[in-house]
Design a protein around this ligand. Structure first.
Ligand SMILES: Cc1cc2nc3c(=O)[nH]c(=O)nc-3n(C[C@H](O)[C@H](O)[C@H](O)COP(=O)(O)O)c2cc1C
Length: 261
């Protein structure tokens, strides 16, 4: 069995660009995803979603998801992105810094994701449904960039890493020294969508660091996803005694998804 672990699993890598523009967030996200594919061309399947101009409604605390088996009552783009999120083994968020944090649109998605998924896996848990997010163990990386230096990049990364932990996933940074808890950069005050790309091509050190840290983060996120899937398979017999691992182990056994069918 051990000899087959490496070939067993394709890694589904979802990139989420949290900007309404096709700009610097998307540029760094593509750097991360392309680096992962270049390193592991036969293992990685990628998809990129961008937030675009379509708004995600905020959570209105209706509580309906408790009786809807974890479904969010508000029907908009949320369900589509939620399904892609559930389907992925590895996720990279790339967001612009807004007011030293993440953009409101991304927070709207994350609020609804965290709240509704608390009742999404109730079928696997013994007893009456209670709020519980089982071990989802997705590898999650965070890329953030803004116009200014020291202007919220790390705050936003820390928030996204915290989100990863709440979702019982694993936050994964790139390599030191360029990446401490995520990847990031600044556009040297330029508002242009192509600012970071241009600066990197001009040889500007900070932009090149942003690109390199995104690239190492992309590779490390995929590697962590590989380690998790192979480790789950190797320890299946022990872990299936714990209800919190059952949804994920079911996907390993059936090579399926966490999504409701
Ligand atoms: C509402 C808003 C708030 C912003 N707040 C910050 C900030 O706190 N720090 C910063 O460095 N840049 C801030 N910016 C600038 C963007 O982060 C910057 O333009 C970024 O490169 C945009 O990324 P994009 O090209 O992916 O859209 C803000 C921009 C907007 C629209």
């Amino acid at each position: 069995m051990e000899n087959n672990l490496e070939q067993d699993f394709e890694i589904k890598l979802l990139g989420i660009s949290g900007s309404p523009r096709k700009g610097n967030s998307l540029f760094l996200l593509e750097q991360a995803m392309e680096a992962a594919v270049k390193q592991y061309p036969k293992r990685v399947k990628t998809e990129i979603c961008t937030f675009g101009q379509t708004p995600f409604a905020p959570c209105d605390a209706c509580g309906a998801h408790k009786r809807l088996n974890g479904e969010c009552r508000i029907k908009d783009g949320f369900q589509d992105l939620r399904d892609k999120w559930l389907d992925a083994d590895a996720i990279i968020y790339s967001v612009p810094v807004y007011h030293m944090g993440i953009p409101g649109q991304v927070k709207c998605f994350i609020d609804r994701l965290g709240n509704s998924l608390g009742y999404y896996f109730s079928d696997f848990m013994p007893g009456d449904p209670v709020f519980h997010i089982p071990r989802l163990l997705k590898a999650i990386g965070s890329i953030t960039q803004g116009s200014h230096i020291f202007a919220g990049q790390e705050h936003a990364q820390a928030f996204l890493n915290t989100h990863a932990m709440i979702m019982r996933c694993i936050p994964v940074p790139g390599d030191l020294w360029e990446s401490y808890i995520g990847a990031g950069g600044w556009t040297e005050v330029s508002p242009k969508v192509s600012a970071l790309k241009t600066l990197a091509e001009e040889g500007k050190t900070d932009a090149q660091i942003a690109v390199r840290s995104a690239q190492s983060l992309g590779k490390r996120v995929v590697e962590m996803a590989m380690i998790i899937k192979s480790g789950l398979k190797a320890n299946n017999a022990l872990l299936k005694e714990q209800a919190s691992y059952l949804p994920l182990l079911a996907t390993i056994e059936k090579k399926g998804s966490l999504k409701h069918s």
